[in-house]
Ligand binder design. Structure first.
Ligand code: VGL
Ligand code: ZN
Length: 201
């Protein structure tokens, strides 16, 4: 069974959003064209409370995009984004959501960030995504979405560690930082994952 996992295709990561990914909106038509090629389509949503640890405004004297250490884990401080039940946390209005069978939300706990759709950044709490996919006996997982170098790559690397066969569709992603995306794609290949183009699906 071929599964498409759409990572964080939310308004706040689109141009004009709180944490915009350059050209993030350009992947929406690509993702919509990909969906009919899959047996199952699921999505993740970054879904933070107002008092989330990853927001710079919640740390006195700290600036956006600074990095701090929280209980031994590196945390980049972001502009407030994807706040639960806000427009910024909604999917892009042109994303076709009809076929999305399940949505896994992450970053819901105030005290820890969660880039991966599987686990928080300390790998303590699961979203249930791995169990859901295993119950469906899904192995071939295809990933797209935002941001390519952060949440998409973290999710793909967790998929590898969980024993799935992940494929990153690189032109159905956009990165916050191109150079970091190049590195995370290489890391994914070195770990045994695949990186392909949408036309190869
Ligand atoms: C993301 C930074 C903070 C992402 C989420 O979806 O890539 N990046 N929260
Ligand atoms: Zn976030």
């Amino acid at each position: 069974m071929k599964v498409l996992i759409i990572v964080d295709a939310q308004n706040d990561f689109m141009p004009g959003g709180a944490l915009e990914v350059p050209k993030g909106d350009e992947i929406i038509p690509v993702i919509n064209r990909l969906q009919p090629k899959f047996d199952l389509v699921i999505a993740t949503q970054d879904w933070h409370p107002e008092n989330h640890i990853s927001f710079a405004k919640n740390h006195l004297g700290k600036k956006e995009f600074e990095t701090i250490q929280v209980e031994g884990i590196q945390q980049t401080l972001w502009p407030a984004h994807c706040i639960q039940n806000t427009k910024g946390a909604d999917f892009h209005p042109e994303l076709n959501t009809i076929a999305i069978e399940a949505i896994f939300r992450k970053g819901t706990s105030p005290k820890i960030d969660s880039y991966s759709g599987f686990y928080d950044n300390a790998h303590l709490k699961s979203t249930g995504l791995a169990g859901y996919l295993k119950e469906k006996e899904a192995k071939e997982l295809y990933f797209c979405g935002l941001a390519g170098d952060i949440c998409v790559s973290f999710t793909v690397i967790d998929a590898l560690n969980e024993g799935f066969q992940p494929v990153l569709i690189e032109d159905a992603c956009k990165a916050l930082n191109e150079e970091n995306f190049r590195k995370t794609k290489q890391q994914i290949k070195d770990l045994g994952g695949n990186v392909i183009l949408a036309e190869e699906v």
